[in-house]
Design a protein around this ligand. Structure first.
Ligand code: GDP
Length: 552
């Protein structure tokens, strides 16, 4: 772990009096305009890590590819606490990467997959302004991509699509577009089109620029350029690959006729995605997607803060916490709260208001996330992510400002898909267990349900690693040795109903046995199966079953 990270947990938070700052609004407007904040959504093994490395290469942040890989070499499927610590230390450092490219400041937020998959993965997407969707062109649309895209849709996040691994035998490109349109319900606007695939991959044709970029395998260098041939009718092409060029012309005609043209407004509305083909491992087509994100995706936009919309260019600072990562260092119980700046200029040492606690704090130690190391932040603007070390006084969804009562919205909790019941090895520790789960639940590490009909507690998560982390944290932070066991619950939905009488009826019915309260006191229905959920929904048409709930 980087030594510049403050070691005393609450070092950054000291109560202070107030003082005024003068910040130039022109400077803020300029800084906001050059920021782009995005995340990569993909199914494991589609090439996210490889692509991230290549993107960092362009910025000069790393000299040679291979740096990001370190975090993947270990496995999380171990209950050894130190091992998790080590892994998490690495994954925190690479969970937000900031780099400069073409005079833009790019914030790339990692969306952990594999066993790492947790609610954080979803919530990260509430902090981005656009997303890059990576699809393995041999496999097409996969499960995790569907889930993540659904989260993007909640905020109409603009999506750029990269079809990866064209250096391998892939599926038919037209079929891939069809699948994206039908499964993900987003229109495709191909921007580049592949010429051949696998051993016969020749390059891509840029539909907007009418030029062909010739494929050359194996680039580890940032300054790699690929040869460009202007015009699809260029006789040079017939000489170079007579077979593929005929095929390309046919396909391009088809694509022009059958698919959607690129449209900036539709892209920004999140309804149409520009599609690029390439090969991440060969660095081929990667610069094009980075350019697309800089040219087409917007700088930070306004955010809803309940009482009003906050503009990124306003001079007072504001932001919200979208993720909390615990126990960076086993010697201390510090947690890093990831805060997305929404407006103004953040400066180290400034005083900000923690709105839920109604407390003014001085933020003197903050971590930023550069591509290669964690460093101290001196300043940050809308779109940037800063890490606030804290002792547990920050929760998912907490808003910060220079005093105004803002509550940023759109930071949801997601219906868990995995459940465990908790058993104590030492029953005398029940109080500590309850306290621990309450706090971990509030923090957003896990969801805690108390079934109406029993004294047991049920834990819910969207990934299994969440249980492992919670078990370790209960042990380390609360001295509780808890055993998690499987349950018969398979899915959960939050319940609401405008008709109080109907709701009471529902609670008294046999379905009412499956009701529980979450940590914030909301009513949830714990279904034993998808069929059980569907039947209950059919039986109770007046009850609304929600897959997400907003942070209270
Ligand atoms: P992640 O799980 O999405 O982060 O995927 P990785 O970046 O780790 O890639 C998964 C595997 O696919 C690795 O073995 C990569 O080397 C490989 N891979 C990534 N991009 C390409 C590509 O363009 N072509 C080929 N053939 N393999 C690739």
């Amino acid at each position: 772990v980087d030594s510049s990270v403050p070691d005393s947990a609450d070092a950054g938070l000291a109560e202070t009096g107030s003082e005024t700052r003068t910040v130039s609004s022109e400077l803020i407007a300029k800084e906001v305009a050059r920021r782009r904040t995005f995340g990569i959504i993909s199914h494991p093994d589609a090439g996210k890590t490889t692509l991230t490395e290549k993107l960092l290469l362009f910025s000069g942040a790393i000299q040679l590819a291979g740096t990001v890989k370190g975090r993947k070499s270990g496995r999380h499927a171990t209950s050894d606490w130190m091992e998790i610590e080590k892994q998490r230390g690495i994954s925190v450092a690479s969970s937000v990467m900031q780099f400069e490219y073409r005079d833009h400041v790019v914030n790339l937020l990692d969306t952990p997959g594999h066993q790492d998959f947790s609610e954080d993965t979803y919530r990260v997407l509430t902090a981005v302004d656009s997303a890059l969707m990576v699809i393995d062109a041999a496999k097409g649309v996969e499960e995790q991509t569907i889930k993540l895209l659904n989260v993007c849709r909640m905020r109409n996040t603009p999506i750029v699509t990269f079809m990866n691994k064209l250096d391998r035998e892939t599926r038919d490109p037209l079929e891939l577009l069809d699948e994206v349109e039908s499964v993900l319900k987003i229109e495709c606007a191909p921007v580049t089109w592949p010429i051949g695939m696998g051993k016969n991959f020749r390059g891509v044709y840029h539909l907007l620029r009418d030029e062909i970029m010739l494929f050359a395998p194996g680039s580890e260098k940032a300054d790699q350029t690929f040869e460009i041939v202007k015009g699809i009718d260029n006789p040079k092409l017939v000489e170079m690959f007579p077979l593929e060029i005929e095929q390309l012309k046919m396909e391009v005609e088809l694509v022009h006729g059958a698919s959607h043209p690129f449209d900036l407004d539709a892209f920004l509305a999140g309804t149409r995605t520009p599609v690029f083909f390439g090969s991440a491992i060969n660095n081929f087509g990667v610069r094009e997607i980075l350019n697309a994100l800089l040219d087409w995706a917007q700088p930070p936009r306004e955010r809803d803060a309940t009482v009003r919309a906050v503009q990124p260019t306003e001079t007072p600072f504001s932001g919200f916490v979208f993720k909390i990562q615990a126990n960076m260092d086993p010697a201390h119980r510090d947690r890093i709260a990831f805060l997305r700046v929404c407006s103004g200029r953040f400066e180290r040492g400034m005083k900000v208001k923690h709105l839920r606690l109604n407390r003014e704090i001085k933020v003197s130690s903050v971590v930023t996330f550069m591509a290669s190391s964690r460093e101290q932040v001196e300043e940050a603007y809308a779109g940037d992510i800063i890490g606030l070390p804290n002792h547990g006084n920050m929760q998912i969804g907490d808003s910060f400002s220079e005093g105004e009562l803002l509550q940023f919205t759109g930071i949801p909790y997601f219906a868990p898909e995995f459940f465990r019941s908790v058993r104590l090895r030492n029953p005398l520790k029940i109080k500590q267990l309850q306290k621990g789960l309450q706090q971990l639940g509030e923090e957003g590490a896990i969801q805690v349900f108390k079934p109406i009909n029993s004294s047991d507690m049920v834990l819910g998560g969207v990934g299994v690693l969440q249980f492992e982390v919670v078990a370790s944290r209960l042990m380390n932070e609360y001295g509780v040795d808890a055993v998690f066991e499987g349950t018969s619950i398979s899915t959960a939905r939050w319940i609401s109903c405008d008709d109080k009488k109907k709701l009471a009826e529902f609670e008294k019915s046999s379905a009412g046995h499956n009701l529980a309260h979450d940590a914030a006191g909301n009513l949830a229905y714990l279904a034993t199966s998808g069929v059980n959920l569907r039947l209950t929904q059919e039986r109770w048409p007046d009850i609304v079953f929600h897959e997400t709930r907003e942070h209270a």
